[in-house]
Design a binder for this molecule. Structure first.
Ligand code: ZN
Length: 536
């Protein structure tokens, strides 16, 4: 059988169990035909075969981002990006520019601010945002996606006053009784729902998001949810219309009131696995606690930075059981956002109870994030055969804050080395747009465990490049029960591939994050190719 495309003279990293590296690979249509030496593979060529010379560069299975929010990522691109702003003043200026071109009464949406990196070293308030406009509702989301600030107009539209009690699992921040506009957790989620984008905007956002993911070598995404069941429909529609160039595994949940979305899914009679290899229903997912960088995640011991605070719980153990056990009983994979060690403990308790009910050995129940995970919890992950989904790029972006908030607990934060030692499969996700979608930053952080400012963040948990690659490829496929279809470079698997601009195995570890994606291939077709640089 002749090949449609061959890749020769390269570093073909198969990401298989024994870490095999070949020189060349042949593709026939949408599948991998063969791996081997350049000589072997050239024998598969005829006059119609496209020959790509890798010149020593790496060819890998396409990256599988096991936890990302496509809709949020995409709609963020439509809003005002505040990630680089370093003062409240410059945030106000940037929002004013958007206000000038936005009809009054329409939403102005910004995202990505972090009070810790602002000159003023404080959160935004409604008084800041009222300087931008009092005729537009304004929402500015913090980088964590769990906290936002709105102006007076938005508070008014939501009907919130100083008399309004806090919602369950959320806080309307107050100063002397008066609302400041700062909204935490459920209070934020509720407001974000009100500031919803239209279907046309979401579709455009999804297409932009998918393009960016392809530019980063990502061929599969486990979508971790947007707002409500319509989010799932939008994703399916975008996939059907060819706007998305990744295989999607879609968690059934929502950033706002996930229990009711899970309940609707379970009652509809479907279960995990429905769909095909381009769009598939994933696990039932709820939120247990807050974010790692806020910090609002639920920890066993108080934060080092604040002895009176140990985070926010969205639900107690009974509620968690009540939301997820029916899903398990009906054949769903179950998962939850569990960041702090108390939340990870709760999710493991629910998984243990599920398995006591019926010991399906292939359940592959997941733990989204599993941030602070000390040895006793790693032990329980091992014995339940659950699959953690860590986000090492957080260590790079938020590592300095972690040292401040959690102290020595950074040694148990995303304990990748413990997972490797205990033979626990774990799949890496970016949690983009919370942090960069770039898998090379995730791999860099998993290997080096240094923050952006170069501080070590639990380097006892560093893993090798090969281990990080396998966690970003094969393990994602394992976490969606698709490792027979994709995730390694072996004959008959889908030709979902990424070519890097150099050899990743020979790259000095501190330069891993500089590596760029040169080409992305999905189903045997090129979906991204980096422009050749000018000869000048
Ligand atoms: Zn997430």
């Amino acid at each position: 059988m002749k090949a449609t495309k061959v890749f020769i003279n390269g570093e073909v990293i198969t990401a298989d169990q024994s870490g095999t590296v070949h020189e060349a690979l042949a593709v026939k249509g949408e599948r991998i035909l063969q791996v081997g030496t350049t000589t072997d593979i050239m024998e598969r060529c005829d006059a119609h075969t496209e020959i790509i010379d890798l010149n020593g560069k790496s060819l890998l299975p396409g990256f599988n981002d096991a936890h990302a929010h496509l809709e949020l990522y995409g709609t963020n691109q439509l809003g005002v990006n505040l990630k680089q702003e370093d003062s409240i003043e410059s945030i106000i200026e940037k929002l004013q520019m958007r206000a000038e071109e936005t009809p009054s009464g329409e939403w102005i949406r910004g995202w990505g601010y972090n009070q810790n990196t602002l000159l003023e070293d404080r959160h935004l308030t409604k008084w800041d945002l009222d300087k931008v406009s009092t005729s537009h509702p304004i929402i500015v989301v913090r980088t964590c996606g769990h906290i936002s600030c709105v102006n007076s107009k938005a508070l008014e539209m939501a009907g919130l006053t100083s008399q309004t009690p806090n919602p369950p699992g959320g806080t309307y921040h107050r100063d002397n009784e008066e609302l400041t506009g700062l909204l935490l957790e459920a209070a934020h989620m509720e407001m974000f729902q009100l500031a919803d984008y239209s279907e046309a905007e979401v579709m455009l956002g999804l297409q932009i998001a998918s393009d960016h993911f392809s530019q980063n070598g990502i061929t599969s995404v486990h979508d971790a949810g947007g707002y409500g069941t319509k989010h799932i429909r939008y994703l399916q529609k975008a996939a059907q219309e060819g706007k998305i160039t990744q295989r999607l595994y879609v968690m059934y949940g929502s950033l706002y009131d996930s229990p009711s979305v899970v309940k609707a899914g379970v009652e509809s009679g479907i279960m995990t696995g429905l769909g095909d290899d381009t769009f598939k229903v994933g696990p039932a997912k709820v939120f247990i606690d807050g974010s790692s960088s806020g910090p609002t995640c639920k920890t066993r011991d108080p934060y080092k930075s604040n002895p009176n605070d140990s985070g926010i719980l969205y639900m107690n153990q009974n509620e968690l059981d009540r939301h997820l056990l029916p899903a398990h009983k009906q054949g769903w994979q179950i998962t939850a956002h569990a960041m702090g060690d108390e939340a990870v403990h709760m999710l493991l308790t629910t998984i243990e109870r599920a398995l006591n009910h019926s010991g399906n050995i292939n359940h592959r129940h997941r733990l989204e994030h599993a941030g602070i995970t000390p040895p006793d919890l790693v032990e329980r992950i091992k014995s339940t055969l659950a699959v953690p989904i860590p986000n090492p790029a957080f260590l790079y972006e938020f590592g300095d804050g972690y040292i401040n908030d959690y102290g020595d607990r950074v040694h148990h934060f995303f304990p990748l080395k413990s997972y490797v030692d205990q033979n626990i499969p774990f799949a890496i996700g970016s949690d983009s747009p919370i942090t960069t979608v770039n898998p090379l930053i995730g791999i860099h952080a998993a290997v080096n465990r240094t923050s952006k400012h170069g501080h070590p963040v639990g380097q006892n948990q560093s893993i090798t490049v090969e281990e990080a690659i396998r966690a970003y490829t094969w393990a994602g496929a394992y976490a969606s029960n698709e490792e027979d279809l994709k995730g390694t470079l072996e004959p008959d698997k889908y030709a979902d591939l990424v070519i890097l601009d150099q050899s990743i195995l020979r790259c000095p570890s501190l330069q891993l994050k500089e590596i760029q994606v040169e080409m992305t291939i999905l189903n045997g077709d090129i979906v991204f190719e980096k422009q050749k640089e000018d000869a000048h």
